[in-house]
Design a protein around this ligand. Structure first.
Ligand SMILES: O=C(O)CCC(=O)C(=O)O
Ligand SMILES: [Fe+2]
Length: 305
């Protein structure tokens, strides 16, 4: 099978489980290029001019909501690990700069040449999106690096991605690429297989009128809002090697633990949503593309081959 192609059994597994691991989708050179660039971007963070904004998902209801975060929709912005900042002086780091960043995003695939090449100009990815055949006209958004730094890399609580990139009807699919080995120790992802078939999209993460962000219930979609997903049986951790790609359905419940090890866990991820008629991108979503940087079409200007 040519690189980038998906066979019918893989597609079936994705539709059944709500995620699919494709080992070695990105080759060694591509991984090396992305990892090197990620580290350069961290090196380029200017501590003098940066607003020193931490990224916190520990309590999703109080997600960071300042302008720097909102503007990152169409920029390359860096967010610190909360515990990388000195509590007595949040302008001061308590770890080396290279180990202080939680994530960098959220328009990497448009603005950075290395990530553009591996995403929008990636023929294998275009073939994969065609074979996956869940979107007629995939739009790419929220491209970012997640660093999961040694010892301080925080956990990502249980969530699904359509909550954060809401379309009506829901259409978000995540593409998550390990740039380093991901193990139980450094924070590999876990999934609840099949949970995308349940009523998991009950709220969405929006820009609030006061300028911050928060969660809004989706009217009529509260069936499983009270489920304690952690207690559901069947969670599966997926340890990955560098270059492995995980495709994540927007409804599937997933999470990753704190990095307790002394190794980093760099990954690159972006999402696709349906750009074809009949799917409305919610104007309240936290991520609003700017007029001068519209969401790119993966398969050309709406042309599906
Ligand atoms: O990398 C992680 O730990 C979480 C990533 C995630 O939730 C996603 O890409 O949708
Ligand atoms: Fe996610």
């Amino acid at each position: 099978m040519a690189a980038g192609r998906l066979d019918p059994a893989q597609r079936e597994a994705f539709l059944k489980n709500g995620y699919l691991v494709i080992p070695g989708f990105f080759n060694k050179d591509a991984v090396e290029a992305m990892l090197t660039r990620a580290k350069q971007l961290i090196e380029e963070v200017d501590l003098e001019t940066h607003p020193m904004t931490a990224f916190t998902t520990a309590e999703q209801g109080r997600h960071i909501g300042d302008q720097y975060f909102l503007d990152s929709s169409s920029r390359i912005s860096a967010f610190f690990e909360p515990s990388a900042l000195d509590p007595a002086n949040p302008k001061k780091l308590v770890v080396p700069k290279q180990q202080s960043i939680n994530k960098i995003g959220h328009a990497l695939c448009q603005l950075d040449p290395v990530f553009k090449e591996q995403t929008l100009a990636n023929k294998g990815l275009q073939d994969l999106a065609r074979d996956l055949a869940v979107h007629k006209d995939p739009l790419v958004l929220q491209s970012m690096i997640i660093c999961k730094q040694p010892r301080i890399g925080g956990k990502v609580p249980i969530h699904n991605d359509s909550t954060f990139l809401y379309t009506n009807p829901p259409s978000a699919v995540g593409f998550w690429i390990a740039l380093e080995p991901c193990t139980a120790e450094n924070g590999a992802l876990s999934f609840l297989p099949g949970s995308h078939k349940r009523k998991t999209i009950t709220k969405r993460f929006v820009r609030l009128p006061d300028g911050g962000t928060g969660f809004l219930d989706i009217p009529g979609a509260q069936d499983e809002a009270d489920t304690d997903w952690e207690k559901e049986p069947g969670w599966k951790q997926e340890c990955c090697g560098a270059g492995d790609l995980v495709i994540i359905h927007g409804g599937v419940q997933h999470q990753s633990p704190h990095n307790l090890s002394d190794k980093t866990r760099f990954i690159y991820t972006f999402h696709m949503i349906e750009g074809a008629e009949g799917f409305e991108y919610d104007h309240q979503n936290w991520l609003q593309p700017s007029a001068d940087l519209p969401l790119p079409h993966l398969l050309g200007h709406g042309q599906v081959a």
